[in-house]
Design a protein around this ligand. Structure first.
Ligand SMILES: Cc1cc2nc3c(=O)[nH]c(=O)nc-3n(C[C@H](O)[C@H](O)[C@H](O)COP(=O)(O)OP(=O)(O)OC[C@H]3O[C@@H](n4cnc5c(N)ncnc54)[C@H](O)[C@@H]3O)c2cc1C
Length: 401
């Protein structure tokens, strides 16, 4: 054996990425008796957990179903999700005395700071005998006779299993990299074009100016296209549109497409307007609409000509009222683009699931190579689903032994 061979370290599993998925895998594999090393080029682990959910980490969603995930293969996530449920994660939090509460739509958040989850993840990794090496870059990865060899800034590392958990491209400022895609391609996997998802829309020209004029205003809408529909809040921003409804539909949006917004979502608007007309025939359409929508939005819609100037409702027929309601229920917008990787909460696309086992996340091409978490072409809705995928895919890979 050469001198350098003596210095090599050997692990049963090396995990690249100390984020949600990588740390969770490390602890689970360690508990099953594997000698695990988790490496990350960042100085701190799980930074996205820290900033998630406004600092309180929306760690799962009670209503998780396969339908809440976007993937080239809608069946792929089923097995892992069925075998590691939101309740499984809740039970783990209980063991660590981490309090949580439910917000709207089944979203579960920590009572305190999300750092409690990071402490749980790193604590469990250490407890299971795993090693965490931060600030470590990986120059290259090669296959060996029995596994893999990684050339890292901390020396050569050999392992039987290589688990790629380095996430997607969202928020480059936080250390996101295309490492997972590079490794996947190197070993013959297909990568479905990664694209920013759960991301605000930006607009140009008149729309940009108009939306900026009421930036900060939020209202409930239904945002939809022919693939999905979301009933949540929308927020006008100085660059365009954001808020949960917009972030959700952005994951289903492709360049140059339009989005339809129902601004009167959930309201019996036609009836309300007709009643208002009979009670206040001398009032304007705008004042009637102000009983249903924020005043500034009504002002903007009138200015844009999206609703007619109608000083006296008495002059408006019921058919006219219905046509206004139809227009506001089908308000069509055409984003110029999205805010991109800078603010996208997740990456849609990624490692093609056709090349992976849905039971274990193991490569079908290279035995011993695994991909888990956000780098895989499985993208959750807003609301805790992306972390649930991180936990579930990590746990599926760890169970592979
Ligand atoms: C602002 C924001 C808020 C969010 N809020 C929520 C939420 O409340 N609920 C929810 O479910 N999801 C949320 N998400 C999404 C969620 O954070 C991710 O889906 C999840 O973190 C993915 O986990 P992961 O382990 O696959 O990847 P990550 O958590 O991104 O971890 C990847 C790790 O790999 C490391 N890495 C990357 N490249 C390399 C490399 N070349 N070499 C070494 N290490 C590398 C990174 O430093 C990082 O530590 C949010 C995302 C953002 C950006």
């Amino acid at each position: 054996m050469t001198h350098s061979a003596h210095n090599m370290s050997q692990f049963d599993a090396v995990v690249v990425g100390a984020g949600a998925a990588g740390l969770f895998y490390g602890a689970r594999a360690g508990e099953l008796g594997l000698r695990v090393l988790v490496v990350d080029h960042a100085a701190k682990p799980a930074e996205k957990v820290r900033i998630s959910g406004g600092g309180r980490c929306n760690f799962t969603n009670r209503h998780t179903r396969p339908e809440n995930f976007i993937s080239g293969n809608p069946h792929f996530a089923k097995s892992a999700l069925a075998r590691f449920t939101p309740q499984d994660f809740i039970d783990r939090l209980a063991r660590h005395n981490i309090g949580w509460h439910e917000k709207a739509l089944g979203q579960l958040f920590c009572d305190g700071r999300s750092g409690a989850i990071i402490d749980m993840l790193t604590g469990e990794l250490a407890q299971s005998g795993g090693t965490l090496r931060l600030g470590t870059t990986i120059d290259d990865v090669a296959r060996t006779e029995n596994g893999f060899c990684l050339n890292t800034s901390g020396g050569i590392v050999n392992c039987d299993r290589l688990v790629i958990a380095s996430g997607g491209l969202s928020i480059p400022k936080m250390g996101a990299s295309g490492f997972a895609y590079d490794v996947a391609r190197q070993f013959g996997h297909t990568v479905i074009d990664p694209r920013p998802a759960l991301v605000p829309f930006v607009f140009e020209g008149r729309d940009k100016v108009d939306f900026a004029a009421i930036s900060g205003l939020s209202c409930p809408v239904q945002a939809r296209n022919d693939r999905a529909a979301f009933d949540e809040a929308m927020l006008f921003t100085h660059r365009g549109l954001s808020g949960p409804a917009i972030l959700q539909i952005s994951s289903y949006w492709a360049e140059r497409e339009t989005i339809t917004l129902d601004l009167l979502s959930g309201l019996e608007a036609a009836t309300a307007l007709k009643n208002f007309k009979s009670d206040h025939p001398k009032k304007s359409l705008a004042s009637a609409l102000e009983t249903l929508l924020p005043n500034r939005l009504v002002g903007l819609l009138t200015e844009r000509g999206d609703i007619p100037e109608m000083p006296r409702l008495a002059d408006m027929s019921h058919a006219g009222i219905e046509s206004v309601v139809t227009g506001l229920s089908n308000w069509t917008i055409k984003p110029a683009g999205t805010e991109g990787w800078r603010t996208a909460e997740v990456t849609a696309g990624g490692i093609d699931t056709d090349g992976l086992s849905s039971a274990t996340m193991e490569s079908r091409i290279v035995p011993g190579l695994y991909f888990i978490g956000e780098c895989v072409d499985v993208t959750g809705w807003l609301g805790g689903y992306n972390f649930q995928w991180a936990w579930a895919s990590a746990s599926a890979a760890a169970r592979a032994g």
